[in-house]
Design a protein around this ligand. Sequence first.
Ligand code: IMP
Ligand code: MG
Length: 174
Amino acid sequence: MSEAVRELISEADVDEKIAELGKKISEDYEGESVFLLCILKGGVFFTTELAKRIRVPVSLDFMSVSSYGAQTESSGVVRIVKDLDTSIEGKNVLVVEDIIDTGRTLAYLMDNLKQRNPKSLKLCALLDKPERRVTEVSVDYRGFQIPDEFVVGYGMDYDQKYRNLPYIGVVEFA
Ligand code: IMP
Ligand code: MG
């Protein structure tokens, strides 16, 4: 079976959207600083681009959670594979994620983070597949809403491939 990637959102459109999000975040956090909590590995490309567009002081750290095997559907069982190195108590935490699908991963994570007493806690996702939602999560900053298709690129993978694509695409099998 061979795979090909069809472009869904161009590099220029992603860049423009990230600039918009950065501007909005800078306005909303004016006079404050923001702690970007990047969810590995998928969120890493988005986080670095977004961070460059934010005009208030930024610090960042990484967390890795696993809710999948090699399948394309989350199991609902979320495990923290790598926790933060720093405390988030009293900080304005903005979780940065590649995509919200069923919402299971983020629902668990937001709940876990809330218990660590941040000053504020918000969520920013590059992509959202609302049709797929199983667990409610509130997304404060959203790049694009997309239909129910499995996407890759800009950090997102299929079987660990395609994370480096500068655009967002759909994997097609032939
Ligand atoms: P959820 O718990 O179902 O919302 O899954 C969220 C995680 O699954 C995301 O952070 C991604 O890592 C992964 N994921 C969900 N949909 C896709 C997709 O279309 N392409 C690549 N990864 C995806
Ligand atoms: Mg992810």
